[in-house]
Design a protein around this ligand. Sequence first.
Ligand code: NDP
Length: 264
Amino acid sequence: MVQREGFNVTDIFDLGGRVAVVTGGNGGIGLGMARGLSQAGAAVMVAGRDRDKNAAAVAELAGLGAEADSVVLEVTEAASCQAMVAATVARFGRLDILVNNAGINIRKQPEDITLEDWRAVIDTNLTGTFLCSQAAYPELCRAGGGKIINIGSMMSIFGASFVAAYAASKGGVVQLTKALATAWGKDRIQVNAVLPGWIDTELTRNARAQIEGLHQRVEARTPAGRWGDPADHAGIAVFLASRASDFVTGTAIPLDGGYSVQGG
Ligand code: NDP
């Protein structure tokens, strides 16, 4: 334990007694964040559509010694988001931390995107983030404040020919983050976004299969020289969920091994 003039480095990252819900927490980046939150002491509610994946994630978190449970969630439906919050409070007594991580991508050229594709991506990535945040707000207020962590993307910054709906949704997530941070600062709720680079998950496995040379291009462009891993998200989740970040709000923090600052 490091002590410095009343400043305790261990304590400000400690999530003991805190309750987190992670949408899409049953795999990939969400589970990477859930592991970090669990290891810092939080009880974690895993929220996703797939019951089997939910159960497997809970078993893994429980294996780390964490309190964990799961709830079936469909982020595009307001009632489901509200039910997720109610289930979390019923199970763990409070809600302190919301991670809005559930997301999808449909890779097509803009001229080929159907209205159904467009709506599926926007409704999941952007509207889902809004609905879960709105559902969580009363409970975060009741807890005396809280933390919302939204997941953006490199497509919050850049464009690419095959991600019109995804880029629109992830750009929107960053602006939504700023608006919520502005509105809810008075309630001691900090709202921040994480912008992952290329991370090895189910979401990108298809992309690597479909887009020739993608794997090598990402490695070559990333100063860290590798793809990211879900485990890379544990530390930032703990930071943004803990007292360590109490004066950090409205930001969008790249977690990309330097991908977004590579100039040449
Ligand atoms: P995964 O496909 O592994 O995870 C996506 C998660 O979202 C799953 O747990 C899935 O749960 C959940 N989900 C999807 N749709 C819904 C829905 N309608 N309702 C509830 N849950 C839903 O991908 P990643 O871990 O890679 O992605 C996680 C987040 O990170 C996404 O927002 C993605 O856009 C973002 N991201 C990923 C990057 C990467 O390189 N991998 C880069 C930048 C951002 P279930 O399977 O149960 O439906």
